[in-house]
Design a protein around this ligand. Structure first.
Ligand code: GDP
Ligand code: ZN
Length: 466
């Protein structure tokens, strides 16, 4: 399954930097590195202890490539569990390339994507879900997704699953044992206790399954449709939100001019703002296509920010109110925030009148000035209130990986079957099949092999002497 090659790859981002790290892993990592390295102290790195750093030069015959630091990690005490050498060189792309080329000439193979982590998994340094968390960690771009990935990598997720799996495994062993005494009709596994365990498992699975919705949102950002006619201040509002957060706005590649998506991190949660046109009634074909698009965008969003220009609202409030009603009726379940912008242009009394007019609509209302940054903080809090971050605050396990999610769903189904089996008193052999299936899906998450372990567990726990 895994090659015996010694692999090499650049561990730092491609491109020039102050320093770059080239990582080598495999049986020959030390010997290959030794063949291109001359330490300043004159010592042979093969004879040095693990977890030590050495100053020297990368050389190829008479040619000197760079002065570098070489870090040694001898297997199994390394990230991959193999011998690992990390070469910190100067960060020019030329030097990086030259050293990698040299290592390839000396017998290394270029690492496949993720191969270091794959090796760590194969060598038992990480379980599958932890290995996947490494990838999430590398790609996490906000505080919340970073927190989830860190927790998963430290094993929070796997521990929870492994514990349940172990308990289930114990019952499985007892049930399997009953199979051996089938003629005698004995029950080693107490069905009431077993049912209690199944209820506990069901509860935890349900929570993990539900957390996926939160996890998914945190990982990908919460889509917010920002709806409003041209010039109501959509861009200004985005900038106002942005300035406060000092975050990076990125235009998502591939979006066209009429739907611009901006990403913005608020209180550690990523939001994706989808800029759309308003939905005014029109006979104009081009505009009605725009309305259709707006509805499509709202459909995809989790929250609607509906912006109005307060000066215009003042003079045509009834039209706008019916617009809001239309959106409300079309998307009754979607949180809607009506934002009256540019209140700096109105008197306090005029703002109060607008508030009064919108009262009957029973919508969340914010009166703001994007330009003068009035009410922007309130709007931000309002947005946050629509995000379920409870699980995150409580440091509960959150599932973000769809593979885990599907395994959890399957495991949940199997647990239902087992429970049904107990309720209807099915035979131990049929029950054993369902339990094995459930164990299999649990194992899928952490990457454990179930069947051998099941057998091992039976023999380890019982001496049935036959
Ligand atoms: P968009 O087309 O909806 O994105 O609107 P823009 O953000 O481009 O704003 C249109 C115009 O309205 C610009 O000239 C802004 O400076 C102005 N504007 C935006 N927000 C405010 C506000 O709160 N008060 C005032 N007085 N002008 C604003
Ligand atoms: Zn704009």
């Amino acid at each position: 399954m895994i090659s015996q090659d010694t692999i090499v790859a650049l561990a730092t981002p491609s491109g020039a930097g102050a320093i770059a790290i080239i990582r080598v892993s495999g049986k020959e990592a030390l010997t290959i590195s030794q063949s291109i390295f001359e330490s300043v102290s004159g010592k042979d790195i093969l004879k040095q202890k693990s977890h030590t750093i050495h100053l020297g030069h990368i050389v190829d015959g008479p040619k000197i490539y760079d002065q570098v630091l070489v870090s040694l990690f001898k297997g199994p005490n390394s990230y991959t569990g193999e011998n690992v050498v990390e070469i910190s060189c100067h960060g020019s792309t030329y030097i990086q390339q030259q050293i990698i080329q040299l290592l390839l000439r000396k017998g290394c193979k270029m690492a496949e994507p993720g191969e270091f982590t794959l090796r760590a998994f194969i060598n038992g340094k990480l379980d599958l879900s932890q290995a996947e968390a490494v990838a999430d960690l590398i790609s996490s771009e906000n505080e919340a997704s970073h927190q989830i990935a860190m927790q998963q990598m430290r094993g929070g997720f796997s521990n929870e699953i492994s514990k349940l799996r172990e308990e289930l495994l114990n019952f499985a062993s007892l049930i399997e044992l009953e199979l051996d005494f089938a003629e005698e009709d004995v029950e080693f596994a107490d069905r009431t206790q077993f049912n209690d365990l199944l209820n506990r498992i069901e509860f935890v699975l349900k929570r993990l399954i539900d957390s996926f919705a939160v996890g998914n949102v945190i990982k990908n950002g919460i889509p917010v449709a920002i709806v409003g006619e041209p010039n109501v201040g959509k861009s200004t509002l985005l900038n106002a939100l942005l300035n406060e957060e000092r975050a990076i706005v990125s235009e998502i590649a591939g979006t066209t001019r009429d739907t611009i998506e901006d990403e913005l991190v608020i209180n550690g949660i990523g939001f994706r703002f989808i800029d759309t046109a308003g939905i005014r009634e029109t006979k104009d074909i081009v505009e009605s296509i725009g309305i259709k698009k707006t509805f499509e965008k709202i459909e995809q969003a989790q929250v609607i920010l509906y912006l109005f220009d307060s000066l215009k609202f003042k003079v045509q409030s009834s039209e706008y109110i019916s617009e809001i009603e239309k959106v409300k009726n079309k998307f009754p379940l979607k949180p809607l925030i009506v934002v009256i912008n540019k209140v700096d242009l109105l008197s306090t009394e005029e703002v109060a009148i607008i508030r009064k007019q919108l009262e009957t609509l029973n919508v969340t209302l914010e009166t703001i000035s994007a330009k003068e940054k009035i009410g922007v903080e309130d709007l931000k809090n309002q947005l946050m209130s629509f995000v379920n971050t409870g699980a995150l605050r409580n440091n509960e396990t959150i599932v973000t990986n769809s593979r885990h999610y599907y395994s959890l769903l399957k495991a949940f189904e199997e647990i239902q079957k087992v429970k049904f089996g107990i309720a209807t008193n099915i035979s131990s052999d049929l029950m054993a099949i369902d339990i094995r299936q459930a164990l299999y899906y649990f194992g899928e998450i952490t990457g454990q092999v179930t069947n051998d372990e099941l057998l091992g567990n039976i023999f380890a726990n019982f001496c049935i002497g036959k």
